[in-house]
Design a binder for this molecule. Structure first.
Ligand code: ZN
Length: 151
C-alpha cells in the first residue's frame, strides 16, 4: 500500500501555516497560558488566550515541532479568535471527531478540513491534536475562573 497523500491544496495550506505561522508569539493581556507536549514527535505548544465574558478576544501560540503540529496551532488561533468559548468547543469537538472517529469534515471547520488526511496517518493524529488539547485546558481554566471555580 502506498503512503496516503494529502490533497495538494490542503498540503499547501498546511505548509503555508507551518512556514508563516499566524498569531505566533505571546499575549501581553493573556488570561490563560497553557502548554502541552507530544513526546512521540517532540512537538511542544504554548497557547495564550485572552478570554473575557465568555469570548476569546485574542489567541497566540508559540512552540516547536513538526509542520502538522505547528500549522494546526496556527489555524486553531485563527479559528477561535473572536469566537465564544462555546463555539470554540464545538469546533474542537468536530475537529477531534474528524481525526479520531474519521467523521466527515463539518462546514464549521473551514480550513481545518485540510487535516482530514491526517486521520489516515495515526502516528500524526497526536501532532494535529496537540494544540487542541492545550486549548481545551485553557477553555476549562477560563470557564472555571468565570464561575469562581464552580463549573
Ligand atoms: Zn509532530
Amino acid at each position: 500500500m502506498p503512503e496516503p497523500q494529502f490533497d495538494d491544496l490542503y498540503r499547501e495550506l498546511i505548509l503555508d501555516h507551518s512556514r508563516r505561522p499566524r498569531n505566533r508569539g505571546a499575549l501581553a493581556g493573556a488570561t490563560q497560558h497553557v502548554e502541552g507536549v507530544n513526546p512521540v514527535c517532540g512537538d511542544a505548544i504554548a497557547l495564550d488566550l485572552a478570554v473575557h465574558d465568555g469570548i476569546i478576544d485574542d489567541a497566540a501560540f508559540s512552540g516547536q515541532g513538526c509542520s502538522i503540529s505547528q500549522s494546526s496551532a496556527s489555524m486553531l488561533t485563527e479559528r477561535v479568535k473572536g469566537r465564544t468559548v462555546a463555539e470554540a468547543r464545538r469546533v474542537m469537538d468536530r475537529f477531534r471527531a474528524m481525526l479520531i472517529d474519521g467523521a466527515l469534515p463539518d462546514r464549521e471547520l473551514g480550513d481545518l478540513e485540510a487535516f482530514e488526511g491526517v486521520a489516515r496517518l495515526p502516528v500524526r493524529v497526536k501532532c494535529a491534536l496537540l494544540s487542541w488539547n492545550v486549548l481545551q485546558e485553557g477553555l476549562d481554566q477560563a470557564t472555571s475562573a468565570a464561575t469562581g471555580g464552580n463549573p
